[in-house]
Design a binder for this molecule. Sequence first.
Ligand SMILES: OC[C@H]1O[C@H](O[C@H]2O[C@H](CO)[C@@H](O)[C@H](O)[C@H]2O)[C@H](O)[C@@H](O)[C@@H]1O
Length: 662
Amino acid sequence: MTSTKPDSTEPAGGAETAAAIAGASGLVVGSVPDIRAASGWVRQSAVRSPFPPIEDYAFLSNCHTGALVASDGSIDWLCVPRFDSPSIFGSLLDREAGMFRLGPYGINHPTARDYEPGTNVLITTWRTLTGWILVRDALTIGPANGPDQVTPHTRPPYDDDADHLFVRTVECLEGHVDVEMICEPAFDYGRTPATWTFVDEKQHVADGSGAGTTVRLRSDMAMGIEGNRIRGRRRLKRGQTAYCVLSWADQLATPASCDEAMACIENTTAYWRNWLAGARIPDHRWRDALQRSAITVKGLTYMPTGATVAALTTSLPETPHGERNWDYRFTWMRDSSFTMQALHYLNLDWEADEFMQFVADIDTNHDGTLQIMYGIDGRRDLTEKTRDDLSGYGGARPVRVGNSAFGQKQNDVFGAVLDSVLLHTRRSQRMPRRLWPIVTSQADAAAKVWKHPDQGIWEARGDPQHYVSSKLMCWIAMDRAARLAEIRGHPDAKKRWAGVAKEIHDDILANGVREDGVLRQHYGTDALDASTLLAVLYNFLPPSDERMHNTVEAIAKDLTEDGFVLRYRTEETDDGLSGKEGSFLICSFWLVSALTATGQVERGVEMMERLLKVGSPLNLFAEEFQVRTGRHLGNFPQAFSHLALIQAASRIILAERLAEVA
Ligand SMILES: OC[C@H]1O[C@H](O[C@H]2O[C@H](CO)[C@@H](O)[C@H](O)[C@H]2O)[C@H](O)[C@@H](O)[C@@H]1O
């Protein structure tokens, strides 16, 4: 895109400022801002990459959409009003595609960042030469009448109470600090910069419009329009507060004072804590990680339909500077089913209920089967386009919007859905009548297609193959369908489906096992694939069976880099793409679960501890981890990684507890 800012590789404030920024403590204090620094944005220093590391971002959500906040206080990703809407802040994918910063003037490294415990409210503490401030950020959500409406352990009647507001408050704790706000939306993924007009200049209210969208900014800081951005400044002294709020709600309603803004944040805090109170999170040293994963998975749920997005973002690269960039702001049947399983582990059955309603309402194919993925509103057409006007994160192109995988045949989808239905039926002790047609159509489809090759769980864009994990999930489909038929009193269907399950089981054992007793990736290769760990997790054979043990050991030995698991070796597998991937975090957590399931709990614990250490400072995980650099790769935060974390930790904790009582 055409740059309107100074060259981001040049120190905006000259050599002195750059040196000050690079201060030995890592804390940026008191760089004397010169006129160039004042006209640019503090991020434009020579001492940091223009694209922050993926793992530096904080994730916020109102269960309609989510945001990524960089450690310098800039919102670099926000799509409104929904996860899958075009971005208005898209600096994540192009430094010129919009951002919204709040923080001390001239300083871009905070002293500390954390979530308000048990919530999705971010707290950032900044220290300057003259004082301390504390910033609170939230995509607000909660009962319209305030936190008093919240009663613990009740199903929130206010489930759809997102305010459609980004609220930011700042409080001066000590001394005095000059606070700066820069709000520069660029609509339609950066294509249309905002045109600003004051609605009420005295009250500091302005509307920014472009590409058919209008947002309202309101603050108690003095603010001025500078082209496509609004800049606000205020010196805060100890005890003083300030706020700024961005709204995209109907009527563009905004809090009219700092007290009102703070009340919205309190409401949001109460909302998340109340939600978490409904979870059964074990009292264990991994509790914080489990809580964060639960909140993150919930934050990736689109409340109006109960669908979950696979991740918040599009096109964060799986290979640095490479082409493995995908749009994950959709609902995969597989990802959502795994998510439901993980939430059940934590006793969060409501969420599963919501997802089942989504499944029941889905617009199926003519033959009654499901697509492998849908829009969060149930939309079927997810046509993929590239946005060639965007630089891409770190230059990784293309940036994709939409995902061609929606048209793929992936035979595991039947098993994923039917496993969820069975789990849900058992947990809720009932199966809604309207789910039965889904059960029969998915079971009949799996019975028909299990012999066919497909694109597999990893959605390879190469030739279809007889993937072992796809057959395995078809076995699950038939097994779960037979059990559901029994529950509903359909003995004939039960017999028919159980018969197909047996046939698939035999076929996998005959064709899917290498000579050395290890499950192979697909029938035409001896290559390994981490998705075969699902055989252990789904009890395809007893955990004591040699083939399960051999598969776990082969993957641990030959499909890892420094202990972290690759989904497959790109040099052995033609997935139709170039570039080497990092290790897949879901696969690494699967290995922890598989080790635990096969009785190797200590090895599982060791690996779990290592995995937790590579989480972001805020306990968030992208899709992949690059061992060589210690950096996260791929979309962020990724539900797959968090749900597999929950599953692995829950299995270990259960195994430890059972060992204690044995
Ligand atoms: O690697 C090629 C494929 O990568 C993406 O798929 C991956 O993400 C999905 C969502 O989490 C997951 O369900 C799938 O198992 C992963 O392989 C991408 O969405 C595909 O379009 C792409 O072909």
